[in-house]
Design a protein around this ligand. Structure first.
Ligand SMILES: [Zn+2]
Length: 309
């Protein structure tokens, strides 16, 4: 099951008891998903659970069953609120009536203020909106949640509502639809939390932790690699300096305490200071090794400049 389907399934199974919230949810479903045809409000979906969910909400709010018809197209369901008087009652309940005289332009697809007055109803509205128009990418792949509608002002209203909840998204136009999208695990997690899909939130957070651990390991590996590369560069430069000494005055012309280290570095240009120090016959600290290598580099410089023969 896709992550989107999981979220929706979880939302269908929530037990919402408050009437105000049922109304807000159904209002969102109508705004985002309904169209009017011949005085009939129609909600189409391929998901039978969703069709049943809408029907249950309608019965619970209006005490009248909505009709579910399985369409001729296999797998497409329609929920209808089928006569003009029922339609008026429904739209009046939600404050969605724009023009009572003109049935064609009857519905206002904007978020009615009275539907989102309390916090519980805002959550319910988001739930209805996601059920109808939402989708969420698999969080293993990317963090992306979006709501798509052909009612442009509706997504503008929703963007504002989300901003009040400190969830910040963007609205773009895609193929004559308005798409509101959220990026970033934080906002998506908050959004899902508001809708009440807590299992989905947990799954998202789990994946997020796994991803973070992987990133930390990658960062650590990169850091270690960078250090290793630095050791290589430094080691090569030191070996090169010692070669200059060897080919001019000779290693044996050096102070005794430098000879052993010079031979070791020449043989092992790629090992760390710690490893060098472990190979020395006398006990000498890392900084002691570093100091002597600097000295060797200085001697090589002096030879190159003709100051030492
Ligand atoms: Zn409520």
């Amino acid at each position: 099951m896709s992550f989107t389907a999981q979220i929706k399934q979880e939302l269908f199974e929530l037990n919402i008891s408050k009437m105000c919230c049922k109304k807000a949810e159904l209002c969102a479903i109508i705004c985002f998903g309904a169209h009017i045809r011949d005085n009939c409000l129609i909600l189409r979906t391929e998901n039978l659970s969703f069709a049943n969910h809408i029907s249950k909400l309608c019965i619970s709010i209006f005490k009248k069953p909505a009709v579910i018809i399985k369409k001729a197209t296999p797998g497409l369901y329609e929920v209808q609120i089928a006569n003009a008087s029922s339609l008026k009652i429904v739209l009046n309940t939600f404050g969605l009536v724009k023009n009572a005289r003109d049935m064609k332009n009857f519905v206002s697809f904007r978020i009615p203020d009275k539907m989102i007055e309390s916090q519980c109803c805002r959550r319910a509205f988001l739930r209805g909106a996601f059920l109808t128009a939402g989708s969420c990418a698999e969080p293993e792949k990317r963090y992306h949640l979006e709501l798509s509608t052909n009612h442009f002002m509706l997504n503008r209203d929703l963007l504002k509502l989300l901003e009040e909840l400190e969830v910040f998204g963007k609205v773009i136009t895609r193929r004559s639809n308005s798409v509101l999208y959220l990026k970033g695990a934080d906002y998506i997690s908050d959004f899902l939390g508001y809708t009440g899909a807590m299992k989905a939130v947990l799954r998202l957070e789990e994946i997020r932790v796994t991803k973070d651990v992987k990133n930390t390991v990658n960062r650590k590996t990169n850091f270690e690699y960078a250090n290793f590369a630095k050791t290589l560069d430094a080691g090569n430069a030191q070996a090169e300096a010692i070669r200059v000494i060897k080919n001019s005055i000779g290693i044996s012309a050096l102070d005794e305490n430098l000879q052993e280290l010079a031979n070791l570095r020449l043989k092992h240009p790629h090992i760390s200071l710690k490893e060098l120090s472990a190979m020395m016959s006398e006990k000498i600290s890392k900084s002691g090794i570093n100091h002597r290598l600097k000295k060797l580099t200085e001697i090589a410089e002096q030879i190159k400049e003709g100051k030492r023969k």
